[in-house]
Design a protein around this ligand. Structure first.
Ligand code: EPS
Length: 370
């Protein structure tokens, strides 16, 4: 039986394995992809103050194995690949097949010192793994490169219906403003510590009516929050006024409705562009909060899984802060959910059909972005 399930993404890949892969199914045929735009987002994800030396080894680029011909989607599954350049240093340690020859390079010795805050301890317990590396490789935020590649494809679809997605770093380690953030990261680096932070993503141009109150898995806010919380290191997600709305009275918390010759409008956007799980036509505003990364150069207390004795957690190359990268990743996950919601509403065999349905709909509701 064939089930139409809309736009979906499946990813695979380990941090130091050969590659990261994203298979995107349900993209309409005839969508033109801009390779440079997707590579630019991959580049942006690698930037930021406080990033790990790993980013100097990688220069992430998108490769496509299927679903695309001469730059246009075929309406069939797109297989997107981002190669791990660093894999050449891990060919024995991360060999998919039993390695041959003498152990060499990185990853040859089992990791036995779980880091508090990482996947290490829960991962080896859950999957009965002999080596913490078997858990941490997939849990690593390196995986987000594949998400950004898929988000780039989603942005191309959104661009066709004049929907744009942007992001901003709101705070790092409680500091805001470029100077203060740099100083905070310098301070953490000096103390061999790490910092988390908050990012905001905005979607402009989305028409009213994406998502639905009919079921929880169709609620746009629920889908966005789930996608944000499904991202490495994200511990909280907010829509519009978010947590602060709980402290207000109803008379202060909602966005009053007005109408002029151009149509309905609001003077405020406390709902973050979503009411009852449906887009309102205002900018969609979501935020994600990232915990400080758990790989510390001055490690926390842990237990050696081999000896069962107290020991310091694993120390390995990592970022002091990756909040700027998270902003780019959150853009991608939000873009993907918005593209999925647009595809659900307007159909998805061909981009022409989708555009025609979008045009007819915005005409019917007499809506234009403000
Ligand atoms: C990352 C790549 C990783 C880490 C980081 C994010 O590279 P490596 O492990 O080779 O240094 O820098 O991953 C984590 C923070 C983590 O907890 O796993 C990347 O490309 O974003």
């Amino acid at each position: 039986m064939y089930l139409a399930v809309g736009l979906t993404m499946t990813t695979a890949g380990e941090s130091h394995g050969p590659a990261l892969v994203a298979i995107v199914s349900g993209m309409p045929a005839g969508l033109v992809l801009d390779r440079e735009a997707i590579d630019h987002d991959l580049w942006r994800r690698q930037q930021g103050y406080g990033r790990s030396p790993r980013q100097k080894l990688e220069s992430d680029k998108i490769d496509v194995l299927s679903g695309l011909r001469h730059g246009r989607t075929l309406g069939t599954p797109l297989a997107l690949v981002v190669w791990n350049r660093d894999h050449k240093n891990w060919t024995w340690g991360m060999s998919p097949w039993p390695p041959t020859g003498e152990p060499e390079g990185k990853g040859t010795k089992p990791v036995t010192l779980p880091r508090p805050g990482h996947a290490d301890l829960a991962g080896v317990m859950k999957y009965e793994l002999p080596d913490v590396r078997d858990a941490l490789e997939r849990a690593s935020a390196r995986h987000t490169a594949a998400i950004v590649a898929a988000g780039g494809v989603a942005k191309a679809l959104l661009h066709e219906i004049d929907v744009g997605v942007s992001s901003e770093v709101m705070a790092v380690g409680g500091a805001s403003g470029e100077e203060e953030i740099r100083a905070a990261i310098d301070g953490a680096r000096k103390d061999r510590d790490t910092l988390g932070g908050v990012v905001e993503v905005r979607v402009k141009g989305a028409p009213p009516g994406l998502g639905s109150y009919a079921a929880k898995d169709q609620r746009l806010d629920g889908r966005l929050a789930s996608a944000l919380l499904g991202t490495q290191a994200v511990k909280a997600a907010e829509v519009g006024g978010g947590l602060a709305l709980a402290e207000l009275r109803g008379s202060e918390a909602h966005d009053e409705i007005f109408r002029d010759e151009e149509g309905y409008y609001r003077e405020t956007n406390r709902a973050g562009g979503i009411e009852a799980g449906i887009s309102t036509g205002q900018p969609i505003v979501v935020r994600a909060a990232m915990k400080p990364l758990p790989t510390l150069m001055r490690p926390l207390r842990s237990v050696d899984l081999e000896t069962k004795e107290p020991a310091a957690a694993l120390v390995e190359r990592s970022d002091f802060s990756a909040v700027e990268a998270l902003a780019v990743v959150c853009e991608a996950v939000v873009a993907f959910e918005m593209a999925a919601a647009a595809r659900d509403k307007f159909g998805g065999d061909s981009i022409g059909d989708l555009l025609a349905a979008h045009r007819a709909y915005v005409e019917r509701i007499d809506w234009a972005p403000r």
